[in-house]
Every structure is written in structure tokens, then in C-alpha cells.
Design a binder for this molecule. Structure first.
Ligand SMILES: Nc1nc2c(c(=O)[nH]1)N[C@H]1C(S)=C(S)[C@@H](COP(=O)(O)OP(=O)(O)OC[C@H]3O[C@@H](n4cnc5c(=O)[nH]c(N)nc54)[C@H](O)[C@@H]3O)O[C@H]1N2
Ligand SMILES: Nc1nc2c(c(=O)[nH]1)N[C@H]1C(S)=C(S)[C@@H](COP(=O)(O)OP(=O)(O)OC[C@H]3O[C@@H](n4cnc5c(=O)[nH]c(N)nc54)[C@H](O)[C@@H]3O)O[C@H]1N2
Ligand SMILES: [Mo]
Length: 798
């Protein structure tokens, strides 16, 4: 989230698009309702009428996978009717920048396309540069090569009629959404977007998010109170686990994982440290070498020296895509001997789940660490398989749950809050930290003893010191994540002693004098103590920042890009809801922690507000994306219709997978979602009798019309089939799902939860047997939300 949960109460308009917070993020709804009590309007944009929709002032139905068309049409209306926040757009976004004459868009393809490799070369997606190497600009926004004019031209095709023909939305609902949302382009008005998996789980999910963010930039809604682009994160600590590099391509703090050609630390730094010649650009990532050296020092301690590149050679280098889908492909090709599943249940949660389950059959061993016996841990006794034919040795390690251990949890609003152990884990259950600690200690011992060990350094030199207790000390881990000084030093006029905590990332160094396990969390554990444990309830501004409650990255800043919430003189666009404001007397910002302490934009020596981008301006045009600088509508890999926008059917930057069928054999649009009563792959809820009582069976939601056509009554058993597989479920005939009129034909939808599997107290068909293992061009997140299926009366055995 750019903003945070409490901030939602300040919004004038809230759009829940690709999310269903009333069911999946119910606590957030407290703030949605607070905003509504103050007159805010709620919009819900969802293929299904959800509990969120039931609370909304406006509900707009759309076909899964058509958000870019939906938002593109909104941007077109905003641009055509000049409803943008002009001063904001000119001064804080790249609208005025001029784009290379080589950049083109032609019938669905951007310039630089390589159809053989499903890839773009992005040279032409660049700014025109002046003699100093800075982007050229035209503040009148009239130059035909300005981002503004190219944007206007790009979305001119997205007329309301065309959009509704694609999305299936009723035009009057669509126009109501546009008018309500576009009204927040005025200074002093705000709209927030709450999005989640309905947005991201598509082959163009990242561009879906971008389209929302671009619209927010046009309306001046980023950085302000009640604004922003707010990802409602999923599992309780998924924000924290991303910050700490759960993804294959990042190191802690979103540093890049080195690629195979970054042979030395210098080569790495040269490659990944962005440059800018603009004195007005903070170019925050220019600090990359400091953060990287501090991270390497945290990993390898005294063994990491300036002479040996701080053990940079010990870091694995990558040469490919190691996302979930790609790893599972490799598993299916016999690429793994063993597998550790720590808190994950991939044969229920992964796309094309039967293929994953089949892949597990080839493993020699598996370790599953979980609270429950999951489907994955007993894959060898799944229906249709004879356990005698499977040789895998499976170790099930009982894990301690979140209330049985100490540690921090970072919520969607980036607040890292400390939690305390409430009870001891039962039986032999142990925390994940204990398990990892044991693995590392034993590996260290084995490597040290093995005289023939190949390349033992990364393990034997690892600085692994978290006390002598049964469990590693989580307090010491948190201290290390923040970072310490490795010797007595003076930085920026301040003197620090060896062993002291680094006060903030502004003091991290590239010379080995500092360590930091995660630069983004540097400031979370200072000499004053563990900031994440704070429980101060003061709110002096009344804006809900609660700066003394826990700690928030970066440096306790509660709203990102907040220097865009003020005009060029530092006066808030909305003086009644200031995030920050410039005090001319003290020459200091008041309110939230400013996004960089520089003076307002009118003053000399200042920096533009989007400090994480080398150019310093919010990107309406983004040259770094895999699939084009502007989001463009494509159809999902499986779709019942031809793309009405261009001749390019699906995202050109995604290879067309096997096991798809667009022949008409599967006429209905399938989509998967969550229910309040179950959690994810289901182990945590399908084993609890009272939740099982509430939702005992796998079901599929269908319209009354489809039920009539197929001769189905509510509760009948049905079989749902796709090119990947088939499952049985009960039919839930409902008016919440309606057929959509798309391109002159009626398209039926089949909605289904993905919580069920064959193991546990409540069992049922696994929706992911039906989904496709194809991912987004930028992130490889699977396209769980849109595929084609068929539905027939009767269960699998009938
Ligand atoms: N009770 C409960 N709460 C949960 C979870 C749970 O399993 N149970 N899971 C947690 C996790 S890990 C996550 S990631 C979050 C996910 O939270 P959400 O993203 O809210 O969850 P979903 O229900 O998967 O999808 C949200 C909505 O997107 C809609 N949708 C589908 N396709 C499209 C589309 O193309 N465009 C648009 N605009 N909407 C679409 C679906 O109909 C659905 O109502 O929830 C978290 N909260
Ligand atoms: N079709 C479809 N598929 C989807 C999605 C969708 O919308 N549609 N959503 C996707 C999303 S957003 C997500 S996040 C994934 C989730 O996919 P998974 O992560 O595979 O699913 P979970 O059920 O959340 O698995 C978590 C497991 O961790 C265990 N656990 C809980 N706490 C602890 C702990 O402290 N330690 C250990 N070791 N184990 C613990 C739980 O018992 C549970 O079995 O699924 C994805 N799959
Ligand atoms: Mo998630």
C-alpha cells in the first residue's frame, strides 16, 4: 500500500476493484465504513456480486480479465473532458516528458517486438534526452511526442461503448463509476483504490495495477490522504516476507539478485545502480552499493572484507526464471531430488494442480513443515494413486503457529508490529526459526568436517549467531536486520561506536563499516530499542498516523510519495486533510515523515517527489515493463471472444502455453475466489468443525439461466471440466452471477472457491485442477482468475 489501513477513512471515493475486502480483508472495512459515514462513495467492480458489492453505492460487473479496458475507458474520459489535476500532472508526473520518435504502437504491438521469443527490446521506449542526458520536456503538454499526448492518443480508442462491449458492463453503471471517480481530480478531493488478486492473477496483472496507478496520477490522487494505490496483501505477513525476499529475483529490501553476468561486486553495482544527471532527482537507488555492502556484511560478518568484495562471490547468481510455475515445470521434468514445503500446500494452491501432484511422485524425499497434514504432505495417497507405486520418503515436521512464537508481522500498510508468544507449541511442534537454525548449524558442522567439501565458504563463513537458547533469539535477528556499525566511525558529522545500532539507512556505508540485513528496515531497531514493539497511542495531527505505534517502513513514513500531497509551495492540496505541510518559519515539514526532507518544489536545491525513480516523476509512461509502456487490453489466454481492441489476441510478451483450448469446447468463463469461512488451500479451516459446518462442500456458482439450460437445481452435483482436468462440486444457483453481453453474445460465468482438497475433515474438488499454469509477463503470477470451462450435470462417477 502507498497509504495504510487507517488512512482509508479519509477517502471521498473508494473503489474496490479486483478485491473483495468485506470478505477477505474484513478489518479494512471498518475504515471503508467510517469513510462512508462521512459521505464517501463506495464502488465495487467485480465479475460477481460480492459482500463488498452489497455495501457499494455503485456496482459494476465486468468480465474477468478486462480491467485494462475498463480503466483505459475511464482514463480516456478523464483526458477528453480535461478532468485531470493539471498542476499535479505537469509537476509531479512524467506527462511533460518527450518520448523517442522510434516509439510506436501498432494494432496491439509496441515497437521492438520479437515474436519468436515473445519479448520486446525496449530501446525505443525511451525519453528524448537533452545535452545533459536529462529527459526533454514540454510543460504545455502540447508536443505530440509528450507522454501526455501519446497517452491521450493511446486511450482514445477506449470509448465507453467499445469498453462495455468488451467488459460486458452495463453502460449506465460504467458511466456512473466514471463520473464518481473522475470527480476526485480536483485539488482537495481524494479517491483510493483497493485491489488484490482479481487484479494481479492475469497474464497482464502488472499492467492492470499500472492502469489503476496511472489513473490515480492523472487525478492527483497519489501521496494524498484518502488516496493511493493500495494492494491488500494476502497472508498475514506477506508484505514482510516480500520485504525479506521471499521472491526469487530479489534480495532483502528489493535489491536485485545478481545475474550470472554480474561477475564482481563492481559489475553488480554498475549494472543495478541507476544514474541520473538531474540535480533535482534524489534517485534513491543510487545508494544500492551501500545497501548491498551492508547486506553482505550482515551475511558473512568478519569474513566479508573490502578486499574480497565482501564475499560477493558467495551469493548465488541467477540465469533464469525461478518463479513458482517454472519450478513446478522443472519438478514435473524430474528436476528435483527433494523438496521442502514450509507452510505451503502446492497441490491445492498451485495452478494445474494435478500436474504438480504427478511431479511429486518422482521425488526421493520431501520435508513438509506445517500445522496440519496437508494434501501435499500426503500426495502419495491422493485419489487414483496406489501408494505402493511411490518411493518418496516424507518427513512431516509439526510447526508452531503464529501465536506460539515471537516476531514481527508487516501488514499491508507496511507497519511492522511485534507479536509475543502467547502459548507454547503443542507436542513436538517447533517454530520455523528453530528448524532453520538446526539446519544451518548442522550444515555448518558437516561442511567444516568434510575435507572434500566443494566451495564450503558460503556456509562455513556464514555469520550465524543468535544465542545459545533452544530457539534462535528473534531479538538478535531483528537487531541484525536493522544493522550495526562494525567499527568506530564518524558519518555526516556524527560519531558512532563499534557495535551500535545504525540509526537509519541514511548512515549505511559501502566500505564495510556498517551491516544491515535489510536496509528498508534500518531504523526499526535503534539504540532506543525495538521500534516494532512500540504501543504509543498518541495521534497529535488527528490524521491517524500513530507514529509511536509500532514502526513502518521506510523510516516510519506512513504515506509514501507524500511530498506530492502539497503544491509547489508546500501547501497541502487539501488543507483539511494534510499529510505534510511546509512551515515557512521553521523551514521544516510538519505531519508525517516527509518522503525526503527537501524543501518544497519552488525552492532551490529541492528534489522531485517520486524519489525511487531515477527521473523523479510518477510514471504515466513506463519504459521498463516487459509488455509495453502503456497498459493495453488483451484477452486472457483462454477467452470466449476475439480481442475487439486489436488483432493481438493475448499478451504478446507471454508465450502461449500448452493445454489451452479456445475452440469452443469449453464455452464458459471460469474464475476462482475466496470465501470468508475458509483460508487458502484449506488446511487451516477445513479441519475446524465449526467452519466446516458453515461451508462444508466444494461448490460452483452459476446463473439461473445457465442452471435452467443445464437442467440444474441448487445443490445438484456437477462436473466442471477444462483442458487441464475435471472436478465435481455442488451447483450453487445464484443471482449474484449474471451472464454478460460481450461482443453481441451472452457469456456465462462459473465462479468457484479454491479452498478444497482431498484431505482433512471437509474434502472436495480442487479448483486448481482446472486452472492454467501460465503467468504474468512481469511477475509470472498464475492466471487463476480467467479460464474456459464446461459444466455438466452429475458428479465424476455418474
Ligand atoms: N477469509 C479469507 N480471507 C483471505 C484469504 C482466504 O483464503 N480466506 N486469503 C488471503 C490472501 S493470501 C489473499 S492474496 C487475499 C486475496 O483477496 P482478494 O483478491 O479479495 O480475493 P479473491 O476472492 O481471490 O478475489 C477478489 C475478487 O476478484 C474478483 N475478480 C476475479 N477476476 C477479476 C477481474 O478480472 N477483474 C476484477 N476487477 N475482479 C476480478 C473475484 O470475483 C473476487 O470477488 O485474501 C486474503 N484474505
Ligand atoms: N485458483 C486459485 N489459486 C490460488 C489463488 C487464487 O486466488 N485462485 N491464490 C493464490 C494465493 S494469493 C496464495 S497466497 C497461494 C497460497 O498458497 P499456499 O501458501 O500453498 O496455501 P496456504 O493454505 O496458505 O498454505 C499455508 C500452509 O501453512 C501452514 N502454516 C500456517 N502457519 C504456519 C507457520 O507458522 N509455519 C509453518 N511451517 N506452516 C504454517 C498452514 O497450515 C497451511 O497449510 O495460493 C494461490 N492459489
Ligand atoms: Mo495471497
Amino acid at each position: 500500500m502507498t497509504n495504510h489501513w487507517i488512512d482509508i477513512q479519509h477517502a471521498d471515493v473508494i473503489m474496490c476493484i479486483g478485491s473483495n475486502p468485506a470478505e477477505n480483508h474484513p478489518i479494512s472495512f471498518k475504515y471503508v465504513e467510517k469513510a462512508m459515514d462521512n459521505g464517501a462513495k463506495l464502488i465495487s467492480v467485480d465479475p460477481r456480486y460480492t459482500r463488498t458489492s452489497s455495501k457499494a453505492d455503485t456496482y459494476a460487473q465486468l468480465r474477468p480479465g478486462t480491467d485494462i479496458a475498463f480503466i483505459g475507458g475511464m482514463m480516456n474520459y478523464i483526458l477528453e473532458n480535461d478532468l485531470i489535476h493539471k498542476e499535479y500532472v505537469v509537476n509531479y508526473t512524467n506527462a511533460a516528458f518527450l518520448v523517442s520518435d522510434d516509439y510506436k504502437f501498432d494494432d496491439g504491438l509496441f515497437s521492438g517486438y520479437d515474436s519468436e521469443n515473445f519479448k520486446y527490446s525496449k530501446e525505443s521506449w525511451a525519453y528524448q534526452l537533452d545535452a545533459n542526458g536529462n529527459p526533454k520536456r514540454d510543460d504545455s503538454l502540447q508536443n505530440p511526442r509528450s507522454v501526455y499526448q501519446l497517452l491521450k492518443q493511446h486511450y482514445a480508442r477506449y470509448t465507453p461503448e467499445k469498453v462495455c462491449e468488451i467488459t460486458g458492463t452495463a453502460i449506465q453503471d460504467y458511466m456512473e463509476v466514471i463520473r464518481t471517480f473522475a470527480a476526485t481530480g480536483k485539488a482537495g478531493k481524494s479517491a483510493t483504490i483497493m485491489y488484490a488478486m482479481g487484479t494481479t492473477q492475469h497474464t497482464y496483472g502488472t499492467q492492470n495495477v499500472r492502469s489503476y496507478a496511472m489513473m490515480q496520477l492523472l487525478l492527483g490522487n497519489i501521496g494524498i490522504a484518502g488516496g493511493g494505490i493500495n494492494a491488500l496483501r494476502g497472508e498475514a505477513n506477506v508484505q514482510g516476507s516480500t520485504d525479506y525476499a521471499i521472491l526469487y529475483h530479489i534480495l532483502p529490501g528489493y535489491l536485485k539478485v545478481p545475474t550470472y553476468d554480474n561477475k564482481t561486486l563492481k559489475a553488480y553495482n554498475d549494472k543495478w545502480t541507476p544514474k541520473s544527471n538531474d540535480p533535482q532527482s534524489a534517485n534513491w537507488w543510487s545508494n544500492t552499493p551501500k545497501y548491498m555492502a551492508s547486506l553482505l556484511k550482515a551475511y558473512w560478518g568478519d569474513a566479508a572484507t573490502e578486499q574480497n568484495d565482501f564475499c560477493y562471490d558467495y551469493l548465488p547468481k541467477r540465469s533464469g526464471n525461478y518463479s513458482f510455475i517454472k519450478l513446478m515445470e522443472r519438478l514435473q521434468n524430474g528436476g528435483f531430488e527433494g523438496l521442502v514445503c514450509m507452510g505451503t500446500n502446492p497441490i491445492v494452491g498451485g495452478p494445474d494442480a494435478s500436474a504438480i501432484a504427478d511431479g511429486l511422485d518422482g521425488l526421493k524425499w520431501m520435508v513438509a513443515a506445517d500445522l496440519w497434514e496437508t494434501e501435499t504432505s500426503v500426495f502419495w495417497k491422493r485419489p487414483g494413486v496406489d501408494p505402493k507405486t511411490i518411493d518418496t520418503e516424507v518427513f512431516l515436521l509439526p510447526a508452531a503457529s503464529s501465536v506460539e512464537k515471537d516476531g514481527s508481522i508487516s501488514n499491508s500498510g507496511r507497519w511492522a508490529q511485534w507479536r509475543y508468544k502467547a502459548v507454547n507449541p503443542p507436542g513436538h511442534a517447533e517454530s520455523d526459526a528453530f528448524m532453520v537454525d538446526q539446519w544451518v548449524k548442522n550444515l555448518k558442522k558437516m561442511y567444516a568436517e568434510d575435507k572434500k567439501a566443494v566451495f564450503p565458504g558460503p556456509i562455513t563463513d556464514l555469520d550465524w549467531n543468535y544465542g545459545d537458547g533452544h530457539e534462535p533469539s528473534i531479538d538478535m535477528v531483528a537487531r541484525e536486520c536493522n544493522g550495526q556499525f562494525t567499527r568506530d566511525v564518524t558519518i555526516k558529522g556524527k560519531t558512532f561506536k563499534k557495535g551500535q545500532q545504525v540509526p537509519s539507512f541514511a548512515f549505511l556505508q559501502a566500505d564495510g563499516s556498517t551491516t544491515s540485513g535489510n536496509w528498508l528496515y534500518c531504523n526499526s531497531y535503534t539504540e532506543q530499542g525495538n521500534m516494532m514493539q512500540r504501543r504509543g497511542q498518541e495521534d497529535p495531527t488527528g490524521m491517524g498516523f500513530y507514529h509511536n505505534w509500532a514502526w513502518c517502513w521506510p523510516v516510519n513514513r506512513r504515506v509514501l510519495y507524500n511530498r506530492a500531497s502539497v503544491d509547489l509551495n508546500g501547501k497541502p492540496w487539501n488543507p483539511n486533510k494534510p499529510i505534510i505541510s511546509w512551515n515557512k518559519v521553521t523551514r521544516k515539514w510538519e505531519g508525517d515523515v516527509p518522503d525526503g526532507g527537501w524543501a518544497p518544489m519552488k525552492e532551490d536545491g529541492t528534489k522531485s517527489p517520486f524519489i525511487m525513480l531515477p527521473e523523479g516523476y510518477g510514471r504515466l509512461f513506463a519504459g521498463g515493463m516487459a509488455d509495453g509502456p502503456f497498459p493495453e487490453h488483451y484477452e486472457p489466454m483462454e477467452s470466449p471472444v476475439r480481442n475487439l481492441m486489436t488483432k493481438q489476441q493475448s499478451n504478446p510478451a507471454v508465450a502461449i502455453p500448452g493445454k489451452i483450448d479456445n475452440s469452443g469446447k469449453y464455452p464458459y468463463v471460469g474464475t476462482t475466489y475466496r470465501v470468508s469461512e475458509h483460508w487458502q488451500a484449506g488446511a487451516m479451516t477445513r479441519n475446524l468443525p465449526w467452519l466446516v459446518e458453515l461451508v462444508p462442500d466444494m461448490f460452483v456458482e452459476i446463473s439461473q439461466g445457465l442452471a435452467d439450460w443445464k437442467g440444474l437445481k441448487n445443490g445438484d452435483m456437477v462436473t466442471v471440466t477444462t483442458e487441464r482436468g475435471k472436478i465435481e462440486a455442488r451447483a450453487l444457483v445464484t443471482s449474484r452471477i449474471k451472464p454478460l453481453r460481450v461482443s453481441g453474445k451472452m457469456v456465462e460465468q462459473v465462479g468457484m472457491p479454491w479452498h478444497f482438497g482431498f484431505n482433512g475433515l471437509a474434502t472436495g474438488g480442487t479448483a486448481n485442477v482446472l486452472t492454467t499454469a501460465v503467468g504474468d509477463a512481469n511477475t509470472t503470477i498464475p492466471e487463476y482468475k480467467a479460464f474456459l470451462c464446461n459444466i455438466e450435470k452429475g458428479g465424476l462417477k455418474s
